[in-house]
Unconditional design. Structure first.
Length: 370
């Protein structure tokens, strides 16, 4: 009765969305023969308009207008907010004598090509997730393929056959306390993975299993016991860096964890989406922690100071050569003349030859963004 009382538009939307939710959808519908006989009985004037001769004989039905009416009813009614390429067929009951009139038959609808936008997980809004995916469904008579394309980075996530239900869906069904306790006992016995949110855990075959495609190959069982010590190290390290005067504010990391990106605020703000390197560093790279970033910046500072020392040495060499040169002597340094110079194990070599004028060498302006 629910469907019969629906407005035509709502019925079509319900049917179309239903067909778009599974690779194969089975819908029980009135048979074309039963519909043809029913209209002939209850609406004879309409049937007479469609067919010049009235008949209530079973073998005369379905009338031509009602042939394959199951397919036409579905095709002409279905509406959806996506473009869905489907094929459909009618499955007739196999029981009873061949001339038996079946009131109901099953319509089988298969997706052939569907692309739709989906969200991160069941009831994602409750968790504040905004991540979107393109879900691609392809099939033919011999097989099917379903996969996701993560819109943020284009990463492809294949769909495997998962005969289970996600933990987040189970918990939001308001389970009995005994069932929740059973699932909790299973959960705390799992290996430790990076993203053990309930939408990444599946209840399958009477047990829980971790299914996140990005992180399922790495466990943290050996690392987690040292978590407190690692955080203590990062906190104390930051204190000493501050005493040296090298703590310049905190950079951001995706989850805002403390002591991960402290002291390394800079004009570079990422994004650093790789969880192995979540810290935006002043050398315009993403680093694992602020410690790695500080060391990289210190190495750059060391190299810059070395460069300044060499420039000063080169300038002194040029001054010495100019002192030896008094206009007509043969003393000079072939320093960067046409981009060339001579050096050996002792460094740059002063060559003696007549020159018109010693080119001036000024220390260039060197800047580095730290």
């Amino acid at each position: 009765m629910m469907i019969l009382e629906m407005p035509k538009k709502e019925f079509g939307t319900m049917l179309g969305q239903l067909f778009a939710t599974g690779l194969t959808t089975l819908v029980q519908m009135p048979s074309s023969q039963a519909l043809s006989l029913a209209f002939s009985t209850f609406f004879p004037s309409l049937v007479q308009f469609l067919q010049s001769q009235k008949s209530f004989l079973r073998e005369d039905h379905p009338l031509p207008f009602f042939k394959e009416v199951e397919l036409r009813l579905a095709a002409e009614s279905a509406r959806a907010d996506v473009t869905n390429n489907v094929t459909a067929s009618v499955i007739k009951p196999s029981y009873g004598p061949p001339d038996l009139v079946h009131s109901w038959q099953v319509l089988k609808v298969d997706i052939r090509n569907l692309t739709t936008t989906v969200n991160h997980h069941f009831d994602y809004e409750l968790d504040g997730h905004s991540r979107k995916y393109s879900q691609i469904c392809l099939s033919n008579k011999t097989g099917w393929q379903v996969y996701l394309i993560r819109k943020s980075d284009g990463f492809k996530i294949p769909f495997n056959a998962l005969h289970g239900i996600s933990l987040i869906a189970l918990l939001r069904m308001d389970l009995l306390p005994e069932m929740k306790d059973m699932l909790y006992d299973m959960f705390v016995r799992l290996p430790l993975y990076e993203d053990m949110a309930p939408w990444n855990v599946l209840f399958q075959g009477g047990k829980l299993t971790y299914i996140d495609y990005d992180t399922k190959d790495v466990t943290f069982n050996k690392m987690v016991p040292a978590a407190y010590q690692v955080m203590s190290m990062l906190m104390n390290y930051q204190r000493t860096v501050s005493d040296f005067g090298h703590c310049n504010g905190n950079a951001r990391n995706p989850y805002g964890f403390p002591y991960i990106s402290t002291c390394v605020e800079s004009s570079f703000d990422g994004p650093c989406k790789n969880p192995a390197k979540p810290v935006p560093c002043g050398d315009y790279t993403c680093r694992s922690t602020y410690v790695e970033c500080l060391r990289a910046l210190n190495e750059l500072e060391f190299k810059r100071n070395e460069l300044f020392k060499r420039l000063e040495q080169w300038q002194k060499i040029g001054t010495t050569a100019a002192t030896q040169h008094n206009g007509d002597t043969d003393s000079e340094i072939a320093f960067l003349e046409n981009g060339e110079w001579v050096y050996n194990e002792n460094g740059i070599v002063i060559q003696q030859r007549k020159i018109e004028k010693l080119p001036e060498f000024n220390q260039p302006e060197v800047s580095w963004r730290l």
